[in-house]
Design a protein around this ligand. Structure first.
Ligand code: FES
Length: 357
């Protein structure tokens, strides 16, 4: 539900992810022709504690309860009075279009967070790789490095469709000028109308990445972008010797959930439970070792999902009856659990269930 609401008097304190769930927009800023940044404060001006790379989940309640969307914070975690998210308009994208067309300063929205584990581990050298609006969590890291003036070794490669689509183009160039050891490479796929583009154009390739970072295998790689960009970058990274443990990526694309294999010899002994979805009028069998979401998806039951690992909260659903074994990772608050909600992506049935979906 979205309401007009002006910030109240400053009361201070810290935003509590367990109890706080309202943000007030204080600024809207055009970044490119189809990307805007929205800056929010808490209604009582609490400060935000988060790590660069984390995100907030916004629930606008436009048509129904299923329109939650996760947006990475693009602002620096050292500037605690406000958070900024940067959103690209997506053709047909209900939430991004609504934000672009309707959200103005003084309006309040429901949001939860900070969430997510795409956080910079301690390392001597990094390679930031971003495609399109995937730059947002990496921009938060870049701004943090600029704020701390930390001595660093970062190569930041940002790709976009054309030069005019390169988000934060001026600002990251400025950071690269100011922060020692911070280098920026911009890679438009096509130079578009900018005939004087001074650099290389094209898609990310093995040759380009090796030229950009010959020591890539010694760097922690942090990648965020559209699925094809991330798949290409990962493949090249592996070919160039980046160890799995040094490669981190972030995506909010819906994941494909593989059904868990049944343990050997389990057929006869494994218990199955009946799980009913009251709104969709469907009922399925779920084995004790399977997650509710994986079986629901395979059976055509509609449950929104994103991370599939109990982090983002997208699949949160009301458990009308029954008991589950839930192993979440911060995607649900204790008060929501107390109110009867659970996360089907990381819950296994302990009894027959009725779910309000
Ligand atoms: S899909 Fe992210 S918590 Fe369930």
């Amino acid at each position: 539900m979205v309401t007009d609401l002006l910030p109240k008097a400053v009361r201070g304190g810290y935003w509590d992810p367990e109890t706080d769930d309202e943000l007030v927009c204080i600024d809207v800023h055009d970044e490119t022709h189809d990307v805007k940044s929205f800056t929010f404060v808490s209604p009582d001006r609490k400060q935000f504690e988060f790590n660069a790379g984390q995100y907030f989940k916004f629930e606008l309640g436009l048509d129904n309860e299923d329109d939650g969307r996760c947006y990475s914070i693009s602002s620096s975690p050292l500037r605690k009075n406000a958070i900024t998210v940067t959103v690209k308009r997506v053709p047909g994208g209900k939430v991004s279009n609504w934000l672009h067309d309707n959200l103005i300063a003084s309006m309040a929205v429901r949001a939860s967070g900070p969430l997510g584990r795409f956080v910079r581990p301690a390392a001597k050298k990094y390679l930031f790789l971003s495609g399109g609006s995937g730059i947002t969590p990496l921009m938060s890291m870049a701004r943090e490095l600029a704020d701390t003036a930390e001595s660093t070794d970062v190569i930041f490669l940002h790709a976009g469709r054309t030069p005019k689509d390169l988000i934060f183009r001026e600002e990251i160039a400025n950071i690269a000028r100011r922060v020692k050891g911070f280098r920026i490479l911009l890679l438009p796929e096509d130079i578009g109308a900018e005939r004087g583009w001074p650099g290389i154009s094209g898609r990310i390739s093995r040759e380009f990445l090796f030229l950009a970072a010959p020591d890539i295998a010694d760097r922690v790689v942090m990648c965020c972008g559209p699925a094809p960009f991330m798949a290409a970058a990962r493949k090249i990274g592996v070919e160039l010797g980046v160890p799995e443990s040094s490669y981190l990526e972030e995506s909010f694309d819906a994941v494909v959930i593989e059904e868990e294999a049944a343990p050997a010899g389990a057929d006869a002994q494994t218990k199955s439970f009946n799980v009913q979805f009251s709104k969709q009028g469907k009922s399925i069998e779920v084995r004790a070792e399977q997650t509710v979401l994986s079986c629901a998806k395979k059976s055509g039951v509609r449950i929104p999902s994103s991370c599939a690992s109990g982090i983002c909260g997208t699949c949160k659903s009301k458990l009308v009856s029954g008991a589950v074994d839930m192993k979440h990772d911060g995607g649900i608050r204790q008060r929501e659990i107390d109110a009867g909600f659970f996360l089907p992506c990381c819950s296994r049935p302990l009894s027959d269930l009725v779910i309000e979906r």
